[in-house]
Design a protein around this ligand. Sequence first.
Ligand code: ADP
Ligand code: MG
Length: 255
Amino acid sequence: MADMTKRPFTIAVSGKGGTGKTTVASLLIRSFIDAGERPVLAVDADPNANLNEALGVTVHETLGGMREEAFTRAIPPGMNRHQYVMYRFRQALVESDGFDLIAMGRPEGSGCYCFANDLLSECMQQLERDYRYIVIDSEAGMEHIARGTIGKPDLLLIVSDPGARGMRTVARIRDIAVSLGLDPEKIRVVINRYRSGMAPVETGSDHPFAVIPDDPAVEAADLAAEPVSKIPPDGSARVAIGKLAGKIMEMEKGC
Ligand code: ADP
Ligand code: MG
């Protein structure tokens, strides 16, 4: 039974497209659940949303889509807009074994949506209370954190491929995160798709928080359109991400 008096520990996974954010996020979620740290809230905050596929669940509605509707359509009789938004929010939440998932959808265009965003962040806060961990699959710009729809994470993992170019992107994402008010102490680098024989990982002043091997099982799941979270537990990527989850659990205890 989760300790309901404690707020959940929030991890945002960011990085350039294709570096492995969704893979790392979904295997982290799997690891927390396997370690008994459940329920986990999975938040897909990447407009190219596919965290649900990596976790093997179907999304019927995103918050972005819901927001458009909840503010343009007639509200059912007997409900105010606020209640209606809460109701739709609960519907958008996908419940699964050990985790729930919410997909943010596209960030809105121009125009003032402050009221909508306030309502959404309120929904998010009400929701968050039940979870041990929240894992956010976030695009590099971290738009939802910038808009306050998602609170500041306790830990930001920046995923990168090994190599100098990847490291420059890490530096840029770190700058964005710091400009959004994140504590630099809470930002860690995860090197993904490392192959033995590669030059040692050069992360400048950063010691990588985790190095995830390139694992054929991950690619095989992708090719077979199988959820990556269901790859066997003894595979190298899953083992490495399991260790990463262990480090995060240690961190969380220290909070
Ligand atoms: P992102 O979410 O950052 O766009 P994905 O997690 O979708 O990245 O990964 C991009 C591609 O790289 C996918 O085809 C995925 O299967 C592959 N991939 C990611 N991590 C690994 C890994 N450790 N080993 C092998 N393939 C990987
Ligand atoms: Mg992705």
